[in-house]
Design a protein around this ligand. Structure first.
Ligand SMILES: [Fe+2]
Length: 403
């Protein structure tokens, strides 16, 4: 959780000489968070600082601006994300669906790899990808991570990366936060190690596989996202993956949703038990990210596995259904459905879901879903989210009740 990693060659003492190439002083960079007080990583570039732009910065011809749909009114939403077309690469194909002051939920359904000499850096948000479909490689300055179905991939703000596909296309759900994305602090003991009660363990975290530094001259573009979705192209004269080595606590990593080891009790347990990640200072800001994986439903003789309506007044709830097997929404959602339940109105299981759920009492569910709850932050839907909405959803509870 608080794992300090060291890869490649880096001097034991910070801010001291190192010559990876004989006679050429390697140049240090700190990838720091929370001012100079938060987790950081010390990187050592072969021969060039990352500041050495060889062309003036350029405004890129696409952006990721956030704009609420004109017709948005207070209502629960159901978005058919499976109907959004595959398009472009993982960065240029990114499409925001929901957003708030510090949180963005987007999909990216790329049909090609990013160009060889083009890289991306989110300069304003921390990111976590959930891989719904596809495979490939996330190439970063820290090393490579495999992209596979069901992986969460956490990418710190300021990481330079590129996405290469090995599948025909892919489907990524992307959550962004202004705040660092971490495992929940309450899962950790005083040594920042996962406790024996936590649903996650360190040995199932995939760290990046270090690659030898690229010592190449040329023109390399880094598309930097900043200032609310502006994209600026920076051009440097050397390959950005030029690290002789690095050490620290800031780096991308992957975690398979199926490695979230669910915790059950004899009666229904509220969603925080399913929490895998969080951003910010939960429950006062940022978001909580929960994994609804297969696990035993409550086995109390009178347990109702899908029990209550809830007005979770300080949270807007976004739920992504990786499969359609979710008791409270059975028959209504499809694979890839996204529901958005604003905290301003209650939501509940549909129709006979509470009654029907008693049939699975004490049985293993076959669900797979990811849920994001904001804290003291309202979200808005974009035009694209609005376009792919289920128009019947606001009245679906009434209809499902059979009245
Ligand atoms: Fe809910």
């Amino acid at each position: 959780m608080g794992m300090i990693l060291k890869r490649g060659n880096i001097p034991r003492t910070p801010h001291t000489e190192h010559y990876e190439i004989p006679g050429v002083l390697a140049l240090e960079e700190i990838h720091g968070t929370c001012g100079f007080s938060g987790p950081h990583t010390r990187k050592l570039h072969l021969r060039s600082y990352p500041t050495q732009q060889c062309k003036p910065p350029q405004k890129e011809d696409f952006n990721l601006f956030l704009k609420a749909a004109n017709d948005d009114i207070l209502q629960p939403y159901h978005i058919f994300s499976s109907e959004i077309p595959y398009e472009n690469d993982a960065v240029k194909g990114r499409k925001p669906l929901l957003f708030g002051a510090s949180t963005i939920v987007s999909v990216s359904k790329p049909e090609k790899s990013m160009p060889d000499n083009v890289f991306f850096r989110n300069g304003e948000k921390y990111e976590i990808y959930f891989v719904q479909e596809g495979s490939g490689t996330l190439k970063t300055e820290y090393g490579n991570l495999k992209i596979e179905k069901n992986l969460y991939i956490v990418i710190p703000k300021g990481t330079t990366y590129q996405i290469e596909l090995s599948s025909k296309n892919a489907y990524f759900l992307i959550f962004e936060s202004s705040y660092p994305i971490t495992f929940p602090p309450h899962y950790m003991n005083s040594a920042a190690q996962a406790t024996l009660m936590a649903p996650v363990v360190e040995t199932e975290i995939e760290a990046p596989e270090f690659q030898l530094p690229e010592d190449k001259k040329g023109e390399y573009s880094i598309l930097v996202k900043h200032s609310g979705g502006c994209i600026t192209r920076l051009t440097i004269d050397h390959h950005p993956f030029d690290l002789a080595g690095w050490e620290g606590a800031v780096y991308p990593f992957a975690f398979n949703i199926k490695d979230h080891h669910g915790i059950a009790r004899e009666i229904h347990t509220a969603p925080p038990v399913h929490q895998t990640f969080q951003s910010g200072n939960v429950p006062y800001n940022g978001f909580s990210l929960c994994s609804f994986v297969s696990q035993m439903e409550g086995w109390h003789l009178k347990d109702i596995p899908a029990p209550y309506a809830h007005s979770n007044v300080d949270s807007d709830e976004v739920m992504f259904f990786a499969n359609a097997n979710y008791g409270a929404r059975e028959g209504l959602i499809k694979e890839g459905s996204i529901t958005f339940h604003p905290g301003s109105i209650p939501h509940s299981p549909h129709g006979n879901a509470a009654n029907d759920s008693m049939k699975v009492r004490g049985k293993i569910s076959n669900r797979l879903a990811v849920m994001l709850d904001t804290f003291f932050e309202s979200l808005s839907i974009t035009d694209l989210g609005y376009k792919y909405r289920d128009k019947e959803y606001p009245l679906s509870w009434y209809k499902a009740s059979g009245k």
